[in-house]
Design a protein around this ligand. Structure first.
Ligand SMILES: Nc1nc2c(ncn2[C@@H]2O[C@H](COP(=O)(O)OP(=O)(O)OP(=O)(O)O)[C@@H](O)[C@H]2O)c(=O)[nH]1
Ligand SMILES: [Mg+2]
Length: 509
């Protein structure tokens, strides 16, 4: 059924961040007026919003690709790029958001509830913002980051206290129409109802919602008729009402076997545990024997009522058309709803489940891995990965800046500890989009060089780094030269050429 849409796969992409820009101020008589490149704007987020106007997920079925706008790049003269616009996607109340792997990410309950499914990328800093007392005129800027791009599954799980279930044409929609102000489509052909209809019922002091869901037939759990899919709408209902057609002339149908068939199908349905509901087969039930205005139907209803009651079920004989038996039914529903609500209060089931992914922004891990291409050291962490994304690898200064950042965060040290040596393959990032380096562990030794002006970086030009032994030799050689010089000096002094007592001080190496 093409228009029964309560589950869609949505491909969303947040906006990319705009790139920062490297620019130098130009003024008359002052050709190099300092860095003035602005920052890129943030990419727009993709946000789901519960909207009262929205009742189905049909729109997303037809247009499953949604993208927010990108941030604008920065410009010279300290102009920052504009942020991308957030893309707001209206969804009906009761929409459950799941990841591709089926984890519940959010349960959207309550008008106006929002959930950010995809975050826009950060804009890159321009060289104005990157300037510091030590780095007066950066000749580089940071790139904007790509926005999140992912697939999510949206499922509509109607929120109602009571669900009416039963064969097609049993009179479920008719009942909703006479119990509440809702006016669903009613017709004498099966599967009139394709999306659940909700009605608000008032009985005594109790107000509750009743949902009329599409008809079930034997084999629904194997996909017959509309299948079992729409039972997700029943998942959140605490009270199930069996609506049984006592006037049907179909062969093989009678109230007791109809009930058994529906029960069998219900037991096949696997409810989403993460939403905290009980299995459908454990929910409170009421049986409604409908169409009692038809004399044969009333007779049949009265005949089976004791059997059903013997099973411990509460039974009501009604006519949706003649509007008989409805008052008692309404009150019974109200009573069960009140009980269920009381039980809920005790259990304290949170109705809004928002689970932002837990990220430890500060940490990173270094692991040694053996791949078909040889041994690698993988650095995984939110920040290192972000820094790599922000780096314009065609710019030496930008690469040097990346090295500074990694070094300051302790990545260098961690690589040493993990056993990396010069020339080792270092991969930053998880499997896809990872960046690969040949490691040149000069960073901490070269730290003092970084204080100088950027643009050239010794580490990038000269891969040579003295080993410990070489350093020791070097030291010994310098020491020897000094001693020789001192001896020469002492000899000169002795010779009486000149006298200076202060020159005996040894200086540091
Ligand atoms: N005589 C009589 N007919 C009824 C009664 N209730 C419903 N009907 C008729 O039964 C037919 C089906 O009614 P619906 O309310 O559309 O049934 P449904 O259970 O919602 O059916 P689906 O949406 O197809 O699953 C319609 O022609 C109704 O007029 C009743 O109490 N007495
Ligand atoms: Mg109907």
């Amino acid at each position: 059924m093409a228009n029964f849409v309560d589950r869609v796969v949505l491909h969303v992409a947040a906006g990319d961040g705009g790139h920062g820009v490297a620019s130098v101020r130009r003024e008359k008589f002052k050709p190099l007026g300092g860095p003035d490149g602005g920052n890129g704007g943030r990419g727009g987020n993709v946000v789901l919003v519960v909207d009262p106007q929205s009742t189905t997920l049909l729109d997303y079925h037809h247009h499953p690709h949604r993208k927010a706008t990108n941030g604008k790049p920065g410009a010279g003269d300290e102009r920052n790029g504009a942020d991308g616009e957030d893309l707001l996607l209206p969804v009906p109340e009761g929409t459950v958001v799941k990841s591709g792997s089926g984890d519940v990410l959010a349960d959207l309950v309550g008008m106006g509830a929002t959930y950010v499914i995809a975050r826009g990328g950060r804009g890159g800093l321009g060289n104005k913002a990157l300037a510091s007392p030590r780095r007066k005129a950066p000749g580089f800027a940071l790139l904007g980051e790509p926005g999140d791009a992912l697939d999510v599954v949206l499922e509509l799980k109607t929120l109602a206290d009571v669900a009416l279930i039963g064969y097609p044409s049993a009179g479920k929609s008719s009942l909703v129409s006479v119990l509440s102000a809702a006016r669903p489509k009613i017709a004498d052909y099966p599967f009139t109802t394709l999306v659940p209809n909700l009605g608000v019922v008032t009985a005594g002091d109790e107000r509750f919602t009743v949902a009329d869901v599409p008809g079930l037939i034997p084999g629904a759990s194997q996909g017959k008729g509309l299948g079992l899919e729409f039972l997700r709408h029943v998942e959140r209902c605490s009270v199930l009402v069996h609506v049984i057609d006592c006037a049907t002339l179909e062969p093989g149908r009678d109230p007791l076997s109809d009930l058994d068939v529906i029960e069998e199908e219900l037991s096949q349905y696997v409810a989403d545990e993460s939403l905290g509901g009980k299995p459908l087969s454990e929910r409170t039930r009421i049986v409604v024997l409908n169409k009692a205005d038809v004399p044969e139907a009333r007779e049949l209803a009265e005949m089976v009522k004791p059997d059903l009651e013997a099973r411990g079920l509460e039974v009501f004989i009604v006519s949706a058309v003649a509007r008989t038996g409805l008052r008692e039914l309404g009150f019974a529903m109200a009573r069960h709803v009140a009980e269920a609500r009381k039980a809920l209060e005790v259990v304290e089931v949170p109705r809004v489940v928002l689970r932002p992914k837990a990220v430890d922004d500060s940490g990173f891990t270094v692991t040694r891995e053996n791949t078909p291409d040889g041994e690698i050291f993988r650095v995984v962490g939110e920040r290192p990965t972000r820094w790599v994304r922000q780096t314009d690898f065609s710019n030496d200064e930008a690469v040097g800046y990346l090295a500074d950042r990694l070094n300051r965060a302790g990545v260098e040290e961690a690589l040493f500890k993990a056993g990396a040596v010069a020339g080792a393959t270092v991969v930053i990032g998880a499997t896809d989009n990872a960046v690969v380096f040949d490691w040149e562990p000069t960073m901490s030794a070269g730290a003092e060089l970084l204080a100088g002006p950027r643009g050239t970086d010794l580490r990038l030009e000269d891969a040579h780094r003295p080993t410990r032994d070489q350093k020791r030799e070097d030291y010994a050689a310098r020491r020897a030269a000094k001693t020789a010089a001192r001896e020469e000096l002492a000899a000169e002094r002795k010779a009486g050429h000149w006298a200076d007592a202060a020159s005996e001080d040894d200086d540091e190496l």
